[in-house]
Write a protein that binds this ligand. Structure first.
Ligand code: HEM
Length: 146
């Protein structure tokens, strides 16, 4: 889990993002698909679709809101070792079951601080805290064989 200081940086950088969660959730997912086009192919609703079609799809909000709700839970529990371990375990099993693994989350890890910075000025230390959170997700996926 993260230290109390890291968790604080994480939640302060997340607050302005989650404050406008509908638009920012959609923007996050579209930014991921633009930067890593293969990512869209893991989602039955987006497989083979153009970015324009994904942006116009009523499914975009369904998928992005589930992602943002879960990210919010990670942020809120990031300093709680017991909760983090249970959440990471469940998350990795879920995503491994969808055929999604560490490679896809290395992509998220690479673009996430830039995405956060596109919403609000990034805070010193927050990038490292996000990096650590996605590192835990990647480790959990590797542990579950993906
Ligand atoms: C489903 C969270 C990133 C692929 C889900 C679900 C959640 C979630 C909560 C719904 C689980 C359920 O109700 O059964 C997240 C979070 C992410 C993330 C917090 C962090 C950024 C990704 C990435 C990929 C991916 C990077 C692939 C490139 C999928 C797929 C599903 C899914 C294929 C199955 C359902 C569907 O097709 O919509 N994710 N996810 N996720 N996720 Fe993720």
């Amino acid at each position: 889990s993260l230290s109390a200081a890291e968790a604080d940086l994480l939640s302060k950088s997340w607050a302005p993002v989650f404050a406008n969660k509908d638009a920012n959730g959609d923007n996050f997912l579209v930014a991921l698909f633009e930067k890593f086009p293969d990512s869209a192919n893991f989602f039955a609703d987006f497989k083979g679709k153009s970015i324009a079609d994904i942006k116009a799809s009523p499914k975009l909000r369904d998928v992005s809101s589930r992602i943002f709700a879960r990210l919010n839970e990670f942020v809120n529990n990031s300093a709680d070792a017991g909760k983090m371990s249970a959440m990471l375990d469940q998350f990795a099993k879920e995503h491994a079951g969808f055929g999604v693994g560490s490679a896809q989350f290395e992509n998220v890890r690479a673009m996430f601080p830039g995405f956060v910075a596109s919403v609000a000025a990034s805070r010193a230390g927050a990038d490292a805290a996000w990096d650590k959170l996605f590192g835990y997700i990647i480790d959990a996926l590797k542990k579950s064989g993906k």
